[in-house]
Design a protein around this ligand. Structure first.
Ligand code: 8DG
Ligand code: MG
Length: 146
């Protein structure tokens, strides 16, 4: 049984990745009970015993087939989704990374969860963005290294 099946729901931890190529970021349109049809970062649940970096590398590989490098922590956010079909609460760890090599291109490895991955210029992001990402963008957040 996973946590969300239990009678009392609990917050969960997720790790999501700003995968950066120059001034572009990788986004995919979600096919999910949470944030359905919105554009979001690759990522997923932190597994028992994993570091944030290990989770970022694993999730990006599982969802896009890509190898990443320079994986580093940026920020943590608290995201409560009470109005979703399936209410949930995530403490979301935001990481940034870059493709491990110039020949790394995303493939849609989980077509049941995502419509496909594309690079988007930071100044020209698609709409609608997934709620937590939209909020950060509106607050002026930028994922790029200094
Ligand atoms: P898994 O079973 O493969 O571990 O997880 P998943 O199915 O890939 O999980 P997910 O929904 O993609 O990510 C877990 C939660 O992380 C998601 O339900 C809400 C939260 N989350 C944010 N922002 C973002 C984001 O930009 N992208 C993704 N994928 N999840 C995000 O708060
Ligand atoms: Mg995911």
């Amino acid at each position: 049984m996973n946590d969300q099946d239990a009678a009392a729901p609990v917050p969960r931890v997720s790790v999501v990745v700003f995968l950066l190529k120059g001034r572009s970021v990788l986004l995919g349109r979600r096919s999910s009970s949470v944030g359905n049809s919105t554009f979001a970062l690759p990522g997923g649940h932190l597994e028992f015993g994993e570091s944030f970096e290990e989770c970022a590398i694993r999730e990006v590989k599982e969802e896009t087939g890509m190898e990443i490098a320079k994986t580093e922590f940026i920020k943590v956010t608290n995201n409560v989704f009470l109005d979703e079909t399936k209410p949930c609460h995530y403490v979301t760890i935001l990481m940034r990374a870059e493709p491990a090599g110039a020949d790394e291109e995303p493939k849609n490895m989980e077509p049941n969860k995502c419509d496909g991955w594309e690079w988007y210029e930071w100044g020209n992001l698609p709409k609608p963005l997934f709620g937590p990402l939209d909020k950060m963008v509106n607050e002026g957040f930028k994922p790029f290294p200094p």
